[in-house]
Design a protein around this ligand. Structure first.
Ligand code: SF4
Length: 276
């Protein structure tokens, strides 16, 4: 099998990466021969080696090209979406992941444990993912979404552990209730927000929220971020749960929801605002 007429070098490389992602995910790193990937891509072993020096290099290149990157995909689709919202959306999906491309990261992580030839490029790959996440965290800190006192590297590492762990602990091994998981995630993400700029005092604890229904477009971030304070109406628009009085301890969630509403539809009234 030689070079395929009419197929460019870039197309051949992409065929090899797609075939490698599929074959590694199906058979595992140890169970895959380079010849299997070449055959699946419809090229010769020689053509494969013209693009990739080794099976290990091909594995990590396939992961870079076809590994699941939900956070990056969501951000690319909606660059204005808040990082807090992205973390919640991705976090909710993680315990349900069943995507075959998720198998690829598992194969790569397991192979890296056993084989230094895989471990070397995997360190680079994981380092790149961590750097990308840390940059995202810094941007969110700069924008006032996340507490600037948090270490971007530590938070990036935490996100990586969750993402990669979810590829290993799949729902068929252990499942968690959607609502319980969402409540926990909301609590965690709320705790990552900057400290309240108006700390509660004896005189200024009353906080109230309202939604301007004329502005609300039903993005749903309010009831995702603060389900105790906001709810979804029959058409998906946000509505205040109860009378709008924010219970003690929920002020941070209220501020998080208000700052994440893309329509600026949430009014937050505090005694401090009234005094100002
Ligand atoms: S209030 Fe804002 S965040 Fe909530 S549903 Fe309406 S537009 Fe979306």
């Amino acid at each position: 099998m030689g070079r395929i007429p009419g197929v460019t070098a870039a197309e051949t490389r992409e065929r090899l990466l797609r075939a490698a992602a599929d074959v590694f995910a199906r058979r595992g790193y140890d169970g895959t021969r380079v010849a299997d990937i070449a055959a699946a891509a419809g090229v010769s072993n020689g053509a494969l080696y013209a693009h990739f020096a080794s099976k290990a290099e091909l594995l990590v290149a396939a992961l870079r090209a076809h590994g699941r990157r939900l956070l990056a995909d969501l951000l690319a689709a909606d660059p204005d979406r808040s990082v807090t919202d992205l973390l919640l959306v991705v976090g909710r999906w993680l315990p349900r992941r069943r995507d075959p491309d998720g198998h690829l990261i598992v194969e790569a992580l397991v192979a890296a444990r056993r084989d230094e030839e895989v471990a070397r490029p995997m360190r680079d790959y994981v380092g790149e993912r961590a750097d990308w996440l840390a940059t995202l965290v810094r941007a969110a800190q700069h924008g006032g979404e996340l507490d600037p006192a948090l270490s971007p590297d530590a938070l990036a590492h935490f996100c990586l552990l969750l993402a990669m762990g979810s590829a290993l602990v799949t729902p068929d091994l252990h499942a968690v209730g959607d609502e319980e998981w969402a409540a926990l995630l909301t609590r965690v993400v709320t705790a990552l927000a900057p400290p309240d700029t108006h700390p509660a005092t004896e005189e200024s604890t009353a906080v109230n929220v309202q939604i301007d229904s004329g502005r609300c477009q039903g993005h749903g971030r309010c009831y995702t971020l603060a389900p105790g304070l906001f709810a979804e109406d029959d058409e998906g628009y946000g509505q205040v749960a109860g009378d709008g009085a924010v219970p003690p301890g929920e002020e941070r969630a209220a501020r998080l929801a208000a700052s994440n509403c893309p329509e600026r539809a949430i009014d937050l009234d505090t005694d401090l605002d009234e005094e100002a």
